[in-house]
Design a binder for this molecule. Structure first.
Ligand code: ZN
Length: 361
């Protein structure tokens, strides 16, 4: 799925790199602050150039994570740049603690290498005069040393054990060498949330970006831990264990009015649409509402139904189904064994199933 409102930069190594629209706010903010400080046009350009170069280092950092993950058997879909940094969307992560350690460490290590190269460059060129090291304004003279400092700052910041930032992941991977991954995640999450509150508190006084990062850590830690609890339970079951066979069937030539009428009297998560008695697609509630808005009551089911939902096989792990449906915002998905239609699987049932199993534990 393409992230909404983002600009594609390219697809090196099969990983789509894009810039989120909020990045433009960062540019506006920098220009605003520079103008406020009375900087000249050339100096503002220099500041922007510095920020873009720094974000190029952030992209390399994310490639450090991504390429290591791929090398260790993971899958990476995309890298997105946000004003607060980059996010590598690693869709399949190696779970071995040692692998996770290296995937997490590879990002900061890239910045160590960049800083090292800049240090080498600086040590081979004449030292800049004191005026040039003045930190307030970026000049051609102090550019390399500031870039080196900024890279070292990225390393230091990322080593804070604030899960799900890199340091927190490193911490979890070390913990999970000696305990279950779920327990390790819980400890990492708790510590991550403490740091999140510190970031938010400190950010209120010093830097608004720190507040955003704080919330990102707070919500990210919670979401990842929740996902882990789902995984712990759902990994023991398959799609076949929860496939629903008491679905409502609708012929593709029925009107939307008929579909809507049926919905008022039964509990329904979406219709299975047939064509000549054979499975043809699904009519989700969203399809129906959208269809009624665009085609009216006399609209025909086959014109608004979802035809190309990729079916799941009964042998698929229930957690993988849950994760995919969540990510793709699907309520129901058809289940097929090779070409044979077996029924549907729906997100709400998986959620209920999880809650019941969790309560029983
Ligand atoms: Zn990182």
């Amino acid at each position: 799925m393409k992230p909404k409102f983002s600009l594609n930069l390219g697809k090196p190594f099969g990983i789509r790199v894009s810039v989120h629209w909020t990045f433009s706010l960062l540019i506006v903010w920098i220009v605003f602050i520079s103008l406020n400080r009375g900087l000249e046009f050339n100096q503002i350009l220099m500041h922007l150039f510095f920020v873009l170069t720094l974000f190029a280092c952030v992209v390399l950092h994310e490639f450090g994570h991504s390429l290591t993950a791929i090398k260790l058997g993971g899958k990476v879909q995309s890298i997105t740049l946000l004003p607060i940094g980059g996010i590598a969307n690693i869709t399949e992560m190696p779970e071995d603690p040692k692998d996770e350690f290296w995937v997490s460490a590879a990002g900061p290590l890239v910045n160590v290498v960049i800083a090292g190269l800049l240090w080498l460059y600086l040590s081979l060129t004449p030292a800049p005069s004191f005026d040039e090291i003045e930190y307030g304004t970026i000049t051609a003279g102090n550019f390399p040393i500031l870039l080196m400092t900024a890279n070292l700052f990225i390393v230091a910041f990322n080593l804070i054990p604030a899960f799900p930032l890199d340091g927190g992941r490193l911490f979890r991977s070390i913990l999970s060498m000696n305990m279950s991954r779920l327990k390790a995640t819980r400890i990492a999450k708790d510590i991550g949330q403490v740091f999140a509150f510190l970031f938010i508190f400190a950010g209120l006084f010093f830097n608004p970006f720190l507040v955003i990062i704080g919330f990102f850590v707070l919500l990210g830690a919670k979401a990842e831990y929740e996902m882990m609890t789902y995984k712990e339970i759902l990994d023991n079951y398959t799609v076949g264990d929860l496939v629903k066979t008491d679905y409502e069937v609708l012929d593709e030539n029925k009107t939307l009015a008929e579909a809507a009428e049926k919905l008022t009297h039964i509990y329904n998560r979406g219709f299975v649409v047939t064509s000549g008695g054979e499975y043809a697609g699904l009519l989700t509630k969203n399809d129906l509402i959208k269809g009624l808005n665009t085609h009216g009551k006399e609209g025909i089911v086959k014109d608004v139904m979802s035809r190309d939902i990729e079916p799941y096989s009964p042998g698929m792990k229930l957690f993988d189904a849950y994760k995919n449906m969540h990510k793709n915002r699907q309520d129901i998905v058809p289940v097929m064994d090779s070409r044979e239609f077996k029924g549907i699987i729906d997100l709400e049932s998986i959620n209920e199933f999880f809650l019941i199993k969790k309560a029983l534990k």
